[in-house]
Design a protein around this ligand. Structure first.
Ligand code: HEC
Ligand code: HEC
Length: 359
């Protein structure tokens, strides 16, 4: 009786779901042919994603098509992004650290700014910032417009004073004219400058990555090894818990055990923004778009190769415990409970790494 009802329900679902293709027959998901069959079905019929309760439940998704941007503003923003006049000593542009040739990061652990001063955090790529709900590793900035002026005035980055930068642009015949053309009036002010830089950065979403082609139905866009990696990413490797949706981020803050609390390289992260003791050591989940090109990795840039990062995830990430003198310290950070040893084989780690190259 029960089997009979189950059969009818299954048959009904199959009919309802059979737009063009049907879900694959049950088979052994550890074989390439079976994975291929399952992931050739529409995404709604893929093997279920494994995301813990309490986390947003978004699957992988292709990059959205954003509202059209004004081409004159984007072109102006591009020029400003590479413009050293925005720095005090006229020697550093945004693109010094966010280099278009290096996926808009710079390949360094930390970047030299004004008078070669070094920051403490790794320069993130800006290719997916159009989709981020907060900016900076600690999420302290709510919008690209808010963010854009901060590096110009940061003493260790471009070290300029905004009124002086605006004066330089207003005295520059070409910029003055281009701002007037793009925004319809003059003079150049902080709002227009921020808006042009933000607009340019919104235009940088990587087009046509293998993952997007696969998600749009081109089943040849991923190799067997990359497809195995995609499956692991969604299931056993637990990555989708935090790296989800089109930008591969839940937009939330987590502690991966990399606070270096009480040691060299200590960075308390989100706590510096909220002063909530629960936020010590938390960082915003970064986008993983073009991640294979944006090393070294993590907020501190201390991880020079991707396979090292994957080995750390496989071990469950560092889980520092308080020393005797730290036992009553309310700020002692706790590694996220979403992280745990994964038991991935070296073949599975290679597959996961191959998948990261498709993002
Ligand atoms: C000296 C190097 C340097 C320069 C110059 C620089 N940045 Fe950055 N940028 C960084 C670093 C480092 C961070 C991360 C800082 C943090 O999270 O605390 C960052 C973060 C960002 C972010 C946030 C990205 C994210 O994923 O949250 C954006 C957007 C950005 N920069 C845009 C710009 C713009 C626009 C300019 C020029 C006006 C610029 N940057 C100049 C080093 C630099
Ligand atoms: C608990 C949430 C969480 C899970 C689960 C998770 N990540 Fe992350 N991931 C983060 C956060 C947060 C960061 C930034 C942490 C930092 O810098 O301290 C990060 C950083 C990274 C980076 C470095 C990105 C960069 O630009 O430097 C990579 C690569 C990465 N994760 C891949 C993965 C993979 C692969 C998995 C699955 C094995 C995974 N993550 C699972 C939250 C998570």
């Amino acid at each position: 009786m029960f089997m009979h009802t189950g059969f009818i329900v299954a048959a009904l679902l199959a009919v309802l779901g059979s737009g063009q293709s049907r879900a694959a027959e049950p088979c052994d998901l550890s074989t390439a042919a079976c994975l291929r069959a399952h992931y050739s079905a529409p995404q709604a019929q893929w093997p279920p994603a494994q995301i813990d309760a309490g986390q947003p439940q978004q699957d992988l998704a292709p990059l959205p098509v954003l509202p059209a941007l004004d081409p004159a503003r984007v072109a102006l923003g591009a020029a400003l992004f590479s413009e050293p006049l925005l720095s005090q000593a006229r020697d550093i542009a945004c693109s010094n650290c966010h280099d278009p040739q290096k996926a808009f990061a710079d390949g360094l652990r930390v970047s030299p700014g004004h008078q070669q001063q070094l920051g403490t955090r790794n320069t993130p790529s800006v290719v997916a910032v159009a989709l981020m709900e907060s900016l900076f590793w600690d999420g302290r900035s709510p919008s690209l417009e808010d963010q854009a002026l901060k590096p110009i005035e940061a003493p260790h980055e471009m070290a300029a004073r905004l009124p002086e930068v605006l004066q330089r642009l207003n005295q520059h015949p070409e910029y003055r004219q281009r701002f007037a053309a793009a925004f319809g009036d003059s003079p150049v002010d902080a709002i227009k400058l921020a808006s042009a830089l933000a607009g340019f950065q919104r235009s940088l979403l990587p087009q046509d990555r293998p993952l997007d082609r696969f998600l749009r139905g081109d089943t040849t866009a991923l190799s067997d090894q990359q497809l195995q990696g995609l499956h692991l990413f969604r299931t056993k490797a637990r990555c989708l818990n935090c790296h989800q949706g089109p930008a591969l981020t839940d937009q939330r803050f987590h502690n991966l055990g990399l606070t270096y609390y009480g040691r060299k390289y200590e960075d308390t992260g989100r706590y510096q923004v909220t002063t909530n003791p629960n936020d010590v050591g938390k960082f915003r989940t970064p986008s993983l778009r073009l991640v294979a090109q944006t090393g070294p990795w993590m907020h501190n840039g201390l991880f020079p190769d991707l396979s090292g990062v994957l080995h750390m995830y496989n071990a469950g990430m560092p889980q520092p415990q308080p020393a005797v003198h730290q036992q009553k310290d309310p700020l002692f950070p706790e590694t996220s409970k979403l992280l745990r040893p994964l038991g991935l084989t070296s073949e599975e780690l290679d597959a996961l790494e191959a998948f990261l190259h498709t993002l």
